[in-house]
Design a protein around this ligand. Structure first.
Ligand code: F6P
Length: 363
């Protein structure tokens, strides 16, 4: 029997379980493979004793409709920058990917499928360069990975955000208020942009387009004087004013990134300081966007990513990431996939079309 290891890394995302099931079912259909899962990303491989479980029908049945990941995940302990405390208690970040590769080799895995975002795929590439037969599967609700038209989890996050937005519209209308809804989107404003168009927002603020508060005041005044007397704003957590900074707080020890969140309150403060007379309320959606049942499209995307990833394993096409391009499931080199980032293009049709609807980006 050959041995395949699956890992889910970084922030969780609706559809992770559907990928795991897709891989498992395809491997089962092929026959001759045992499928294992590393607990909490590849940390399970590094632990003593290792935390690795063998997957079977009872663990897999029906999981495609469940959010989260049955393998658990973490955004701490990145093997490329592994936090090690020195004798003075200071943390130094060291590359332990060789140690990780040695462990995987010693465990006799014939293939590793690493499901994760940008950070996880950089780990996939580093392991591949050290001789590990790896395939990457792109995940993130932020949709910020290049080399794929879409990541799974994104559509679910947009649906959750749009449902929430719709609820905020009726309360904004009743009170003639300005409602600010903050969504996730660290460096890319995809969730905010799609939600603003789907929901019919007046203002959409994204990391790629720093905003001018005066322009926002103009749009709000116009809407109160000539429009319907209430305003709904969607803002991505990573958005900032032209002369401002991203609102963040330190991440937990060993975490890959600083914590974002709270820009809705900062925007509220900025609008009041700039003379906005309407009542303003803020909603920070946070992790509800990452939870619960994946929508049908994400289940399809995730399941077929899983199937395609296993087929790449069978072909022996390692060092690749599965990708969804032009309505088809392709494979791209991990090295290529991790080179750039999928930002919203401020000159794209989506942004200009949104402007054509009257949505202000504050630029
Ligand atoms: O990368 C996805 C994401 O949802 C970001 O938009 C957000 O900043 C981050 O994860 C939060 O991650 P956590 O709270 O799990 O550290």
């Amino acid at each position: 029997m050959k041995k395949l290891l699956i890992s889910t890394g970084g922030g969780d995302c609706p559809g992770l379980n559907a990928v795991i099931r897709g891989i498992y079912k395809r491997a089962k259909k092929e026959g001759g493979w045992e499928v294992y899962g590393s607990i909490e990303a590849l940390s399970g491989v590094m632990r003593e004793p290792p935390e690795i479980i063998q997957l079977d029908n009872s663990k897999i049945a029906g999981i495609h409709v469940r959010g989260g990941t049955i393998l658990k995940t973490t955004n701490k302990g990145n093997p490329l920058q592994y936090p090690v405390k020195d004798k003075n208690g200071n943390i130094n970040y060291v590359d332990i990917t060789q140690e990780l590769a040695d462990k995987l080799t010693a465990m006799n895995f014939d293939a590793v499928i690493n499901i994760g975002g940008d950070g996880s795929q950089k780990i996939s590439q580093a392991l591949y360069e050290k001789g590990i037969p790896v395939i990457g599967v792109p995940k993130t609700i932020d949709n910020d990975l290049s080399a794929t038209d879409m990541t799974f989890g994104f559509q679910t996050a947009v649906q959750i955000a749009t449902d929430s937005f719709d609820k905020l519209v009726t309360t904004a209308e009743s009170h003639h208020r300005v409602m600010i809804m903050e969504v996730m989107g660290r460096d890319a404003g995809w969730i905010a942009l799609h939600t603003a168009i789907a929901g019919g927002a007046e203002i959409c603020l994204i990391p790629e387009i720093p905003y001018d508060v005066k322009k926002l005041i103009d749009r709000i005044s116009d809407r109160y004087q000539n429009g319907r007397g209430f305003v709904n704003i969607v803002i991505a957590e990573g958005a900032k004013a032209k002369d401002g900074t991203v609102i963040s707080s330190p991440g937990e020890e060993g975490s890959e990134h600083v914590r974002l969140g709270g820009v809705a309150y900062e925007l509220s403060r900025q609008l009041k300081a700039a003379g906005c007379e309407a009542e303003i309320r803020e909603t920070v959606l946070g992790h509800v966007q990452r939870g619960g049942t994946p929508v049908a499209f994400d289940r399809l995307l995730a399941t077929m990513f899983g199937v395609r990833a296993f087929e790449l394993v069978m072909e022996g096409s390692f060092g690749k990431m599965v990708s969804f391009q032009h309505n088809d499931f392709k494979a791209v080199d991990l090295a290529e996939a991790t080179k750039s980032y999928n930002h919203v293009d401020k000159d794209s049709f989506l942004v200009n079309g949104a402007k054509g609807l009257g949505i202000s980006f504050g630029d």
